[in-house]
Design a binder for this molecule. Structure first.
Ligand code: ADP
Ligand code: ASP
Ligand code: MG
Length: 416
């Protein structure tokens, strides 16, 4: 079995869906499972609907209508006949969504989020499934929620590997062409759960692991994994091949081209991952597999913008040692502040954090009871793998003051 994953950018409009079917035709899809994300920015639109719903704004219906129009327009551009089966199915999904919002009694934001946001993927796969049928590609539409079994940690659910593996084998193994949703799963009580934003790459890896797939290909709007995000860095170059280890490191430090959880299941079974361009499907892209040397061997750049640098100093010149450090980490965990970089000296402790949940002020207030705290907002964290003199030149050429610097053999990090 081969696994193909198509992200939101690849199916953002009718042309994208036509292109997807063309790619499948070139690849001759025997024994393939296709994992698809929500179209374009649909997940963001659904997030907005949820926010408005909780704020009790009456704009909810308008936003739903606009999302519906977006999907209906795509259908119109794909099928000649009006009022076709695909359109009817999409109407049904929107009725289901509205009914949920109308009858829901749960005040739990994360629970409601998952029950609503899943419609992005249900809609995209329904439309693509009907279009494949229209083009005489006979596929089976699988509800990923019947396979991806998780706990009920809504918005970032944890996989139940055993149950998931069994369900996937039962429902997929004997089929030839299957289309299903990325990102979504279900709890043991059969409520919808999600794997976290951008989680469709991870879904592809889960299916591949369970099926002992030959390979996974993720189709992107870039030629493959580059040595930097082309939206941020100029003159990026394609990495032809990298090892799982390198890919895990890049994803961990924030190269958003691959979801960080994707690599572990693949490397465990040594399933190669290909990252290719959906605009140029015949080009080779990047191949990620076991032990391959980075080729070409060049520095790789990653930036995380808008981070916060906290500098803590002991009030009475006492040392910052295990006990205080453990206290600081406890607070960072409590206030849900992902730690990007740490550095300590005898009487100071610096930490670069991501204020993901906007809880910085609360945290600083608590820290000030035990330390002198300096807060530097809106800093950028640059991580450079395979640092060399050209990378050093790059940091200098930015002309921004370096507030903190840290180097290991393979990786250099700079807070600027
Ligand atoms: P998807 O459509 O699958 O959701 P994403 O938007 O999540 O795709 O990922 C593709 C984007 O990742 C690219 O458009 C690019 O801007 C960004 N990106 C970040 N780092 C890299 C990198 N090192 N190489 C290639 N693309 C990168
Ligand atoms: N649709 C989800 C998101 O936009 C999952 C994904 O695309 O990977 O985050
Ligand atoms: Mg994405």
């Amino acid at each position: 079995m081969e696994v193909f994953k198509f992200g939101g950018a690849s199916v953002k409009d009718a042309e994208g869906i036509i292109n997807l079917v063309d790619i499948l035709s070139i690849k001759n899809p025997q024994k393939t499972i296709i994992i698809v994300s929500a179209m374009g920015k649909s997940t963001n639109a659904l997030e907005k609907i949820i926010e408005l719903y909780f704020a009790k704004e009456n704009q909810v219906s308008l936003e739903i209508l606009s999302l519906k129009e977006f999907h209906l327009k795509i259908i119109k551009n794909l099928f000649k006949e009006e009022n076709n089966d695909c359109e009817k199915e999409v109407h049904k999904l929107f009725e289901e969504l509205k009914l949920f919002l109308k009858s829901n009694k749960s005040p739990d934001y994360s629970f409601v989020y998952d029950q609503v946001v899943c419609f992005g993927e249900l809609l995209s796969t329904t439309i693509i499934h009907y279009y494949m049928k229209y083009k005489r590609l006979d596929s089976f539409w699988l509800d990923a929620r019947n396979c991806i079994k998780t706990d009920d940690y809504y918005r970032s659910a944890n996989l139940n590997w055993e149950l998931t593996q069994k369900s996937i084998i039962d429902q997929v193994e004997n089929r030839s062409l299957v289309i299903t949703q990325g990102f979504i799963g279900s709890s043991l009580n059969n409520f919808t759960t999600t794997l976290g934003r951008e989680g469709s790459d991870y879904s592809a890896a889960i299916f591949a692991y369970a099926l002992n797939a030959k390979s996974v290909t993720i189709w992107k709007d870039v030629p493959g994994v580059l040595n930097g995000d082309p939206r941020v860095f100029k003159k990026t170059r394609l990495l032809n091949q990298i090892s799982y280890r390198e890919a895990i490191e890049l994803a961990f430090y924030g190269a958003s081209v691959i979801h960080p959880k994707t690599l572990q299941p693949l490397q465990r079974k040594e399933i190669p991952l290909y990252v290719k361009s959906f605009e140029n499907p015949k080009s080779k892209g990047t191949s990620i597999s076991k032990g391959k040397a980075l080729e070409p061997n060049i520095p790789c750049y990653i930036v995380k913008k808008n981070q916060v640098l906290l500098r803590l100093f002991s009030i009475d010149f006492s040392f910052i040692v295990e006990e205080n450090i453990s206290y600081i980490f406890g607070l960072l965990h409590e206030y849900q502040m992902p730690v990007e970089l740490i550095q300590n000296s005898a009487i100071s402790f610096s930490v670069c954090v991501n204020d993901k949940y906007k809880r910085l002020e609360e945290l600083v207030l608590v820290l000030r009871s035990r330390f002198n705290v300096e807060v530097i907002k809106e800093v950028d964290l640059y991580t450079i793998r395979h640092f060399d003199s050209s990378a050093s030149q790059f940091i200098k050429s930015m002309g921004k003051p370096v507030l903190l610097e840290q180097r290991t053999q393979q990786t250099a990090q700079f807070v600027v």
